[in-house]
Structures are given as structure tokens and as C-alpha cells.
Design a protein around this ligand. Structure first.
Ligand code: AMP
Ligand code: FE
Ligand code: FE
Ligand code: ZN
Length: 284
């Protein structure tokens, strides 16, 4: 069984439509794929409708969270699997995140324009095509304007990595954990040690998150060094959490392919068993 539990579609900052994503997963030889767009479940129905025979789909999302226990606060991502997409509390927070992303996108564009960069909010929003707006859509405008060669370059410190990196109103991580569990979902901390993305939270916070209902830690991830990966595996064992692996596929926005990292079948079974049942795994 080849299981990839983290992938993005055009419902957020991936470049494959949900239908293309499930097709690509099958073509890559996967048996299980999770669709985990940023702050939305908007891609779920199209993915289910296009599900190829033999592929199982785990419906999920990647929530923009923040830990406020340190100044300045630290952003982090929580993967939420198999939650009820009609759960009012979670739905409201997802909508608030998407609205906050739009305001931040507009502010990033305004800051770029002040510095004479020829990009517009209309263009950036157009690249998101109705899905969740993210910095990769701003990156697309920078590429079009001829200022950078690719998305990775657009995340350099002089662009979106630092100079034009503006905050958004993320969900308090403990509120997010409670809302995901309340919605029957299974929370897994995405790339918890990826220092190349910026500051990471201390192990003590991960222990507190485990107390608050966290189920797993993403250990095998393209942004983890071998040392970071082993640290996360050790922490998962120590805290009794499930360790997962995933590609965090974003289509052509990132060089990594589907199935580049995978989750063991026993870990996958533990995640499915922890879900409340409102959103079952669907089989094509
Ligand atoms: P946002 O969610 O809008 O803050 O943008 C973060 C997203 O940008 C991540 O989910 C990735 O898809 C992408 N990203 C972050 N860092 C990089 C990077 N160094 N190179 C390419 N894409 C990145
Ligand atoms: Fe992303
Ligand atoms: Fe992430
Ligand atoms: Zn992701």
C-alpha cells in the first residue's frame, strides 16, 4: 500500500484541479491519497466525483494556525482529516482564515506596488481562481513580471520569504485542535520541525498539543532534514502519536512528486480509526 496524506489542488495553491489530482495519484501508483487544501474543503466533491478505481480518498484540509505562547507568535500548520465539513465552528474559522488570506494578499500586493513592482491584486486573485489565496499566487505574478524565475526564488528573503512576508490572522492552535476533534476530525501536525520554513515550536508545545487531542506528527516531509525527521519520529514514539509521511504535493509550484514520501499502513489505520465517522474514506 502506498499512502500519501498531504496534497494540494487548485482549491488552494496546487496546480492540479481536484480531478487531475486524483488521476495523478493513481498514475503515481498510490493506493490512498489525502486532499489537504489550505483552509478549505472546496475541492472535496470534485475529487470524489473523479475518483479513479482502486484509489482511496481521505478528505482533509491544512489549517493555518498560530501558537501565541511566545512573542512573536509562531505560525504552524495542522492537517485535519475526515472532519465533518458542515461542523459550524470549524466552518466559520475556515471562512475567517480565507478572508484573512485575501486581506493579506491585498496588502502584499500593495507593498509590492509601493516599491514599483508591476503586479495587481486582480491578477493575483485571478491565479487563485476562486480557491484559497496564498503566497504562491503572488509568486506567480512575480514570475509573470519577470522578477523571479520560479516559486522557490519568489520565497527568497528579498521577496515573499521576508521583505514582503506579512502575517494573517491564523487560528489559535488549541482552538483549532478542539474544533477539529469536535467535528469528528483527526489532527496531525504538518512538517513540525521544518526549520527551513522559519521558526518552529518547542517540543513542550507538541506535548501540550498531544494532551489537547493531537493524533499525529508528519515526520517524512520534503522540508525536513534527516535529523529533523528522526527527531520527529522520536517525539512521536515518546508521546504515543502516529508518525506520518507525505509529499505535500503542489503540482508545478514545487518540485516534489506525489508519493515522494509515504505513510505506513498501520499509521494510516490509526488515523482512520480515530475519526468520528461523519466523513468516511471513499473508495474509487
Ligand atoms: P501561505 O499559506 O499563503 O502563507 O503560503 C505558504 C505556502 O507557500 C506553502 O503552503 C507552500 O505552498 C508555499 N511555500 C512556502 N515556502 C516555500 C518555498 N520556499 N518555496 C516554494 N513554495 C513555498
Ligand atoms: Fe501550500
Ligand atoms: Fe504546510
Ligand atoms: Zn501543504
Amino acid at each position: 500500500m502506498r499512502i500519501d496524506l498531504h496534497a494540494h489542488s487548485t482549491a488552494s495553491d496546487g496546480t492540479c484541479t481536484p480531478a487531475e489530482l486524483v488521476e495523478a495519484a493513481r498514475a503515481a501508483g498510490l493506493d490512498v491519497l489525502a486532499i489537504t487544501d489550505h483552509d478549505t474543503s472546496a475541492g472535496w466533491d470534485a475529487a470524489v466525483a473523479a475518483l479513479p478505481a482502486g484509489l482511496r480518498l481521505v478528505r482533509g484540509a491544512e489549517l493555518s494556525c498560530r501558537w501565541y505562547g511566545m512573542t512573536p507568535s509562531i505560525p504552524l500548520h495542522l492537517l485535519a482529516y475526515l472532519f465533518d465539513p458542515a461542523a459550524a465552528g470549524l466552518v466559520a474559522e475556515l471562512a475567517r482564515m480565507r478572508a484573512s488570506r485575501e486581506r493579506r494578499g491585498e496588502r502584499i500586493v500593495a507593498a509590492l506596488r509601493v516599491d514599483g513592482v508591476d503586479v495587481s491584486w486582480q491578477e493575483v486573485r485571478g491565479y487563485a481562481a476562486g480557491g484559497t489565496v496564498g503566497r504562491p499566487h503572488v509568486a506567480q505574478a512575480l514570475i509573470r513580471a519577470g522578477l523571479v524565475g520560479d516559486t522557490t526564488e519568489a520565497f527568497a528573503p528579498r521577496w515573499l520569504g521576508e521583505r514582503y512576508r506579512l502575517p494573517k490572522d491564523d487560528i489559535d492552535v488549541f482552538t483549532a485542535l478542539a474544533l477539529v476533534r469536535e467535528a469528528g476530525g483527526v489532527p496531525v501536525f504538518a512538517h513540525p520541525r521544518a526549520t527551513r520554513r522559519g521558526r518552529v515550536v518547542p517540543d513542550e508545545l507538541i506535548a501540550a498539543m498531544a494532551e489537547a487531542g493531537l493524533v499525529g506528527l508528519e515526520a517524512d516531509h520534503p522540508d525536513h532534514s534527516p535529523a529533523e525527521r528522526s527527531h520527529v519520529l522520536g517525539l512521536a514514539a515518546e508521546l504515543g502519536l502516529v508518525a506520518t509521511g507525505a509529499s505535500d504535493f503542489h503540482g508545478t509550484h514545487k518540485p516534489v512528486g506525489l508519493g515522494a514520501h509515504t505513510t505506513a499502513p498501520v499509521a494510516y489505520e490509526r488515523i482512520v480509526a480515530a475519526a468520528g465517522g461523519a466523513t468516511p474514506v471513499v473508495e474509487g
